[in-house]
Design a protein around this ligand. Structure first.
Ligand code: MN
Length: 303
């Protein structure tokens, strides 16, 4: 009889931690700012990894990327800010994605892919800048057939208001529903919030909520914690809105990615490019890859 009365006032999520992304080298030797893994806690579930591919100028003839490598048991998502990435995989998929485009690849049962600066950038040089996210799969779907979704910028769902705009890639965020098909409930949006603007982003109770800033800064969450560029805000899971407040004195807009997801909550084992349920399944993934059972990228690569 003494439950809290129902209220229509929005609640604001607390910030659990702010993580500075750490510089590390990936693939053929390009720098990424990695938010996780590498930090304690399970607040990232269903997400497994978040890398900002650091802004990098590739001189002509010297572009580096991630040549052929395998994955099994999860999904990789790439979103491009600047430059072009060319994808090829052993399932015969091929695509070039540029600014505002995304690709959502389900490695599932196993795939070999390459993620390289496009031929044009390899020849002429140019800037590369983007983001890679790994999304976990439930145990029952780890070995689902591989799938590739090309998500061009002009197919993103757009939401906007005074001082802000959002390109929604997946899920329903701020009233817009993105084009990506996901295996579990996931939200992925790129948001721009201008100075002197406070934006509330409603989220689902119990879902993980993360905001990664590429540029600009904001006061985030119930506590108004400072979120700076190349930092990740991890919100507590008790529900409520994500609040992003960009100061009147800010010299640039906040440019960020909002991620939400229903936690999968299952035990997992990960080893490099493989994420499975047991160590025996990791051993099987390694031997399947070594035996060529995840296929190879066709020499010409076009489908
Ligand atoms: Mn990869």
């Amino acid at each position: 009889m003494y439950d809290c009365p129902a209220t229509t006032a929005p609640t604001t999520r607390s910030v659990e931690q702010i993580i500075p992304a750490s510089s590390t080298l990936e693939g053929g030797g390009f720098e990424v700012y990695r938010s996780f893994p590498g930090h304690a806690g399970d607040s990232f579930d269903p997400f497994l990894l978040l890398d900002e591919m650091a802004p990098h100028h590739h001189p002509p003839g010297e572009a580096v990327g991630a040549p052929a490598h395998p994955h099994r048991g999860f999904e990789t998502v790439t979103y491009i800010l600047r430059g072009e990435v060319e994808h090829r995989d052993s399932a015969g998929n091929h695509g070039v994605i540029g600014p505002g485009d995304a690709q959502w690849m389900t490695a599932g049962d196993g795939i070999v892919h390459s993620e390289m600066p496009s031929g044009r950038i390899q020849t002429e040089g140019g800037v590369g800048h983007g983001l890679q996210l790994w999304v976990n799969l439930p145990a029952a779907l780890r070995r689902t057939p591989p799938k590739y979704q090309a998500l061009p910028a002009d197919q993103m769902a757009v939401a906007s208001g005074t001082g802000w705009s959002a390109d929604v890639v997946a899920g329903s965020i701020l009233g817009a529903t993105g084009p990506a098909s996901t295996h579990t409930p996931i939200g992925f949006a790129r948001l721009t919030v201008e100075p002197s603007t406070t934006l509330r982003v409603p989220t689902t109770d119990g879902h993980t909520a993360l905001v990664y800033a590429f540029a600009g800064s904001a006061a985030v969450g119930a506590e108004g914690r400072d979120l700076l560029a190349h930092h990740l805000a991890v919100f507590a899971d008790r529900g409520g809105d994500i609040v992003l407040a960009v100061d009147d004195d800010a010299t640039e807009s906040l440019d960020c990615i909002v991620l939400t997801g229903e936690p999968i909550g299952e035990p997992m084992t990960r080893y490099g490019p493989f994420v499975m349920n047991t160590s025996a399944e990791i051993d099987e993934a390694i031997s399947d890859f070594n035996a060529g059972r995840m296929g190879a990228i066709a020499a010409t690569g076009t489908t």
